[in-house]
Design a protein around this ligand. Structure first.
Ligand code: VGL
Ligand code: ZN
Length: 207
């Protein structure tokens, strides 16, 4: 049993005041900081888009929140966010970062989005996360981060489908909730797919 904590997109643009603010997204940081000492291995993903990315409403002259068809799949139009090498793409400063051993960049290709930390939305290209986990024999992946209803969900679903024992630490995630129940529905979907749903206290008290 080889456990790793996977931090999904704990970045400024997803914190309150950021370009794609997740309500109360900053609340997960102190929880993550408490979880960190419980794990020998910590990996993080970063949403890392080039300027003019295909998921940006501004790229298409569309309005934020509208849906377009992009290479045969439906794409939500987001505000410009997590542009490479901008402060919005940096980790939230209060996150303790010294134990992060590896960072996986996603959404780096101009014409395709990547909610999952494993594969792009067309499932055409791998980010290298799966290969990294296998190389290090990590079998148990504990997921926290932003946003529950997008990147956390798709990362967790891909983690299960790759065969990793996948745990989602529910109170260390926050969702966009464009629709009221999106986060709750996302948690149910992850659980139905085989993710084990846990809370941080279970882990912190046992470590
Ligand atoms: C995310 C929307 C667009 C996320 C990233 O990290 O959940 N959501 N890009
Ligand atoms: Zn994005």
């Amino acid at each position: 049993m080889n456990q790793v904590l996977l931090l999904v997109d704990v970045q400024n643009d997803f914190a309150p005041g950021g370009a794609l603010a997740v309500p109360r997204g900053d609340e997960i940081v102190p929880i993550i900081n408490q979880l960190l000492p419980c794990f020998d291995h910590v990996i993080a993903t970063k949403d890392w888009h080039p300027k003019g990315h295909a998921s940006f409403a501004s790229t298409h002259g569309e309005s934020v929140g509208s849906l377009i068809e992009l290479n045969g799949i439906t794409q939500m139009m987001w505000p410009d966010h997590c542009v490479q090498n901008t402060s919005g793409a940096e980790f939230i400063a209060s996150l303790q970062q010294d134990s992060i051993e590896h960072v996986v960049l996603k959404g780096t290709q101009l014409s395709i989005d990547s909610y999952s930390g494993f594969f792009d939305n067309q499932r055409q290209q791998a980010t290298g996360l799966e290969a990294y986990l296998r190389k290090h024999n990590y079998t148990d992946v504990y997921i926290v981060g932003l946003a529950t209803d997008y990147c956390v969900k798709f990362t967790a679903l891909d983690s299960v489908s790759c065969g990793f024992n996948t745990y989602v630490i529910k109170d260390a995630c926050r969702g966009v909730n464009i629709n009221l129940n999106d986060s709750e529905n996302a948690f149910k979907e992850m659980e139905n797919a085989g993710c084990k749903m846990v809370v941080s206290a279970e882990i912190i008290t046992e470590c």
